[in-house]
Design a protein around this ligand. Structure first.
Ligand code: TEU
Ligand code: CA
Length: 558
């Protein structure tokens, strides 16, 4: 049996540097702060760290607007600090992957400054359209609100920015752009990093610039049909693979909104020689109305079962590979979004962790998920920082005519700042995150939910995640077993994983109340190997209870 690639057996921990640990009192997390917590990550048992961008940036979109791809922004430290972090991580048996943001640059990047001269070769690094002021080339809206086009008076041209106007899209049709990107990738890979997470990488090949469909009463149309998974995307990714990726022993994960499993097979099957895995968004959209991120709707467990099972059976089974995630720096906290963070916060966090980590794919743990953090209920919009949130709030009030209370409820449910509150290392003043004023308020519940108290409690989420990660390292069936949903109860998410030697039976309750349930899958000699409760009633599940049984199919398997 061929040993699976290292990234198939790895668990990735995502660090949002700005919010992880401040070491110099300026209220902003930094590289030296990360170095101080490598022991904590080694204790958790994770294998890889994904770092959100720390390159030189005006911080309009918290570092996803890059002005120099080959330098560390002074707010995070120096390149020497980074080199020390990389070396220290490797000494702690931790690999490091960086964020590659090349669908767009910052408008402060020298390339864009030069592009404002039509005769400069950098002009065609970006996407310009002639036009009269007030008449945009099409109806596309930016993901962050407003138009996706901004007018340059001197050039009498518009430039495209799918995100903020300070994030002009790069023109990937220009081979010079592709060469520049491959060069900057090699700069970091030659320093010894272990791979890349690629920001909205499936938007880099634009199909056309025709109008997009409008949802609801939105003023703007969606750019998605013309920009997601475009005509040359596989050509570009294969070229990137041949020019750069294939020359290193690394892992790659592409962030790919609006992508379905069959497209994902094409991106991730080894024969394509493109990427190792992708972040898909289907389970992230279940509680979202199609015309607005901040208008949450209740999701149905049945939808979640259908979507996640489809990704299990239609991707890995066809030679592709899944990433597995509940949260990241763009998404609300899973205990609030998918569990019950009031009466059953700990149970929900453990149950959701079980559900995800027993599936086939590479799991990602976002900072704070391992201690069961929840959404942050701030009292006023003034306490939020994220431009997507602030623009969204204004739109809820001005366009959708919501009251401030209604709008704030939507912001509380879906704001990206829910994930970006500083890591609470203890219950002291400012949670041990900083000695200064944190750039974003801590979650008001940090005195109850913090690392110090969690590590003191043997029944905490942390030690449960430690077990999940250890099982993932030791039970081959989690990596190579087939997946099959057992849809025998509307309040349970039950599935099996099976290979020739072992069968795992995973049972996760999403019910707020006790349910009586008899599993047709269990056999007398099945051994309960993990549960987030001291299970005592064979067929009655406690609220948000998870159980994992193992069935050894051959003798003397551990
Ligand atoms: O996110 C892309 C993306 O799809 C997000 O805009 C997501 O759809 C939205 O935030 C969900 O509400 C990537 C980065 O992860 C994000 O932080 C950046 O803001 C964005 O690209 C632009 O670089
Ligand atoms: Ca700092």
């Amino acid at each position: 049996l061929k040993e699976p690639e290292w990234w198939k057996k790895s668990v990735v921990y995502q660090i949002y540097p700005k919010s992880f640990q401040d070491s110099n009192g300026d209220g902003i997390g930094d590289i030296n702060g990360i170095i101080g917590h490598l022991d904590y990550l080694e204790k958790l048992g994770v294998d890889v760290i994904w770092l959100n961008p720390m390159y030189v940036s005006p911080q309009i979109d918290n570092g996803y607007d890059i002005a120099n791809y080959r330098a560390i922004d002074p707010i995070f430290g120096t390149m020497e600090d980074f080199d020390r972090l990389l070396q220290a991580a490797h000494q702690h048996h931790l690999k490091i992957i960086l964020d590659l943001v090349v669908n767009h640059t910052s408008d402060q990047h020298p390339w864009f400054k030069a592009a404002e001269d039509k005769n400069d070769p950098h002009h065609d690094y970006y996407i310009w359209k002639d036009g009269k002021k007030g008449k945009t080339p099409n109806n596309w809206g930016s993901y962050f609100g407003g138009s996706a086009w901004t007018y340059n008076e001197n050039l009498a041209q518009y430039y495209l920015h799918l995100f903020a106007k300070q994030q002009p899209d790069l023109n990937w049709k220009n081979p010079r752009v592709r060469e520049e990107v491959y060069d900057l990738m090699k700069f970091w890979l030659d320093k010894g990093i272990d791979g890349f997470r690629m920001d909205v990488i499936n938007l880099i090949s634009k199909r056309s610039y025709k109008d997009g469909p409008q949802n609801g009463d939105e003023k703007y149309g969606s750019s998605q049909p013309e920009t997601a998974n475009g005509p040359r995307i596989h050509e570009f990714l294969h070229e990137m693979n041949q020019e750069v990726l294939s020359k290193y022993d690394i892992m790659t994960v592409g962030e790919m909104p609006h992508t379905n499993p069959e497209e994902a097979v094409r991106y991730t099957q080894p024969a394509s020689e493109e990427l190792n895995m992708i972040f898909q968004f289907e389970h992230m959209g279940l509680d979202t109305e199609n015309y607005g991120k901040f208008t949450p709707k209740r999701f149905k467990l049945d939808d979640l079962k259908r979507v996640l099972s489809r990704w299990q059976t239609e991707l890995s089974a066809k030679g592709g590979w899944n990433s597995l995630y509940w949260s990241n720096h763009d998404q609300p906290r899973p205990t609030t979004r998918f569990g019950n963070d009031k009466q059953y916060r700990i149970e929900s966090a453990k149950m959701l962790g079980t559900l995800l980590h027993m599936m086939q794919g590479t799991p990602y743990v976002f900072e704070g998920e391992e201690i069961g953090m929840t959404n942050a209920r701030f009292n006023s919009i003034d306490e939020y920082q994220d431009l997507e949130t602030l623009n969204g709030y204004r739109e809820l009030i001005e366009v959708q005519k919501q009251t401030p209370e209604q709008a704030l409820a939507g912001i509380y449910a879906k704001s990206r700042d829910n994930a970006r509150t500083p890591m609470p290392w203890n219950g002291e003043d400012k949670g041990g995150f900083t000695t200064g004023t944190p750039w974003l308020k801590l979650n008001p519940n940090f005195k109850e939910i913090n690392v110090h108290d969690t590590l003191k409690d043997p029944n905490s989420v942390f030690y449960y995640y430690q077990q999940l990660i250890e099982m993932r390292h030791n039970l081959a069936v989690i990596t190579d077993g087939i997946y099959e949903l057992n849809d025998d109860n509307p309040e349970m998410f039950n599935f099996i994983r099976e290979n020739k030697r072992q069968k795992l039976i995973v049972q996760c309750s999403f019910a707020n109340h006790e349910i009586s349930y008899r599993s047709s899958q269990l056999r007398a000699n099945d051994k309960l190997i993990l549960s987030n409760y001291e299970t005592n009633k064979e067929n009655i599940f406690n609220p948000y209870e998870a159980r994992v049984y193992v069935q050894n199919k051959v003798k003397n398997v551990i």
